[in-house]
Design a protein around this ligand. Structure first.
Ligand code: GLN
Length: 195
């Protein structure tokens, strides 16, 4: 049985937990403390508001322990605001949050006209059938550095990336009933267990 945590400070927490409960051999738990962080084999950083979540990570004294855990190989998956938390740099902002992933992200990258939208697309590295991708005031990846694999582009914008133990998506698979990405992450966590 794998234990996968959802960082439970702010944002779309329950939706991720519900998706995890639908996977066989996976137990989903909420993570708010360093003690709970010790119990997980992998962690999801949900969507929400990255500035608020970054502030709470600092207030809950989780920023440093979590950064260290990710650097030591803890599998993590950031969705939307979670992707921003992982990024080494945030376009137009002097500071980052966890700063562990070799990407530069543009927040609210689709502007106000295209605030939220959904597309169905095939991501060959993930699945051969179309997956629904839901974007809500989403960021996109402006540039990638060393060791980052691009998993998805929509209209020439990078929206899903992977680097070693880290996965990041600008969209929200937890807001659809499609479990492809949750299964993909659970497999990644499983592989890290046996590595
Ligand atoms: N749905 C989301 O997670 C939106 C992210 C939000 N725009 C931010 O910058 O934090």
């Amino acid at each position: 049985m794998l234990t996968i945590g959802v960082l439970a400070l702010q944002g779309a927490i329950k939706e991720h937990l519900d998706r995890l409960q639908s996977l066989p051999q996976v137990k989903g738990i909420l993570v708010k403390t360093t003690m709970e962080l010790e119990d997980v084999d992998g962690l999801i950083l949900p969507g929400g508001e990255s500035t608020a979540m970054g502030k709470l990570l600092r207030e809950f004294d989780l920023l440093e322990p979590l950064t260290a855990k990710i650097k030591a190989g803890l599998p993590v998956w950031g969705t939307c605001a979670g992707m921003i938390l992982l990024a080494k740099s945030i376009s137009g902002q002097p500071d980052n949050h966890l700063g562990v992933m070799n990407i530069c992200v543009q927040r609210n990258g689709y502007g106000s006209q295209l605030d939220s939208f959904s597309v169905n697309t095939v991501l060959p590295d993930i699945a051969n059938t179309p997956i629904p991708l839901v974007f809500i005031r989403a960021p996109y990846v402006e540039s990638v550095g060393q060791d980052v694999k691009i998993l998805a582009k929509i209209d020439d914008k990078i929206v899903a990336v992977e680097q070693d133990n880290m996965l990041a998506t600008a969209f929200h698979p937890e807001l659809t009933s499609d479990l492809t990405f949750h299964k993909y992450f659970a497999d990644k966590v499983r592989k890290a267990q046996t590595a």
